[in-house]
Design a protein around this ligand. Sequence first.
Ligand code: PAP
Length: 304
Amino acid sequence: MGTPQQQEDRLSPPEAKWWVDGQRIRHKGFWFKPEFITASEAIRAHYTPLPSDIILASFPKTGTTWLKALTFSILRHSSTIHDDRDHLDNLNPHEVVPFLEIELFGENPSKDTTKISCPRVFNTHLPLSFLPDTVMTSGSKVIYITRHPADTFVSLWHLYNNKFGTEISIQEAFDDFCKGIVPAGPYFEHVLEFWEARDRDGVLFLTYEELKGKPEENVKRIADFLGCKTMVEKVVKECSFENLRGASKETGEGVHWSGTKYKMFFRKGVVGDWKNHLTQEMMKELEDIAEMKWRGSGLDLNIF
Ligand code: PAP
């Protein structure tokens, strides 16, 4: 018989090609490039979270870059945690916070992270169930950011159109998003895993929409969670969409490990852009999936 996932995997082969950039494998219910699955196993085997670690977790296109910038800036302008981090004027947020599954354990499966100065700030697109259990018991802090699924999808679709210089059919891309065959997908399960952990000590669950709506209040919330007294207004300004986008233009054609030019991480930065791209039927389909997968959990992200 096996687990429901094993039964499902027997019915449909756990391998797929996603849009334009190659093979994906389903592992424990989530779709990843094979190398990320290997890296996630290395993380579980070799990463020992410290109580001072800060882990920024997210599904792609939900506010990762912004959260990296904010955390970096909060620490830099903190009067309670000594930190001599460089300036975001010169660096893209992706250069200052490494991905656990890429720059660290992706490049070297037995990476020695003990040399990194504390507080160590890491980022991941892995689901909670792929991380070591000790992430939740070591006293380290996990901040999860998420975003309305329709805006997440639209942001992802634009990124891939830009990156590959092609117009991917929005309907086909949307169907894959709904099926969950996107990097780190399915989106709905990814969000649900962290939502279910939201009340645990050391977890902060945050939304892109909250940050856009009340940036000062939410930067303070992050700083309090990290135990920092910081210069809230300065952080908000330094990490504003306009400021980071402007800095990314000045740093030129820098390219992220994924082949994405740094400036592509700053497209529009608004809430509700999905209304310019999705039909009412598409939105209804997302609502139905959310209703089915999140029913009874209390999670709704203002979808209903
Ligand atoms: P990633 O997972 O590839 O790193 P991520 O940073 O999570 O991407 O998401 C990018 C989105 O955040 C983009 O949204 P859009 O396509 O709808 O415009 C990007 O514009 C937005 N974004 C990046 N920085 C900021 C910021 N400082 N303020 C608001 N939105 C931002």
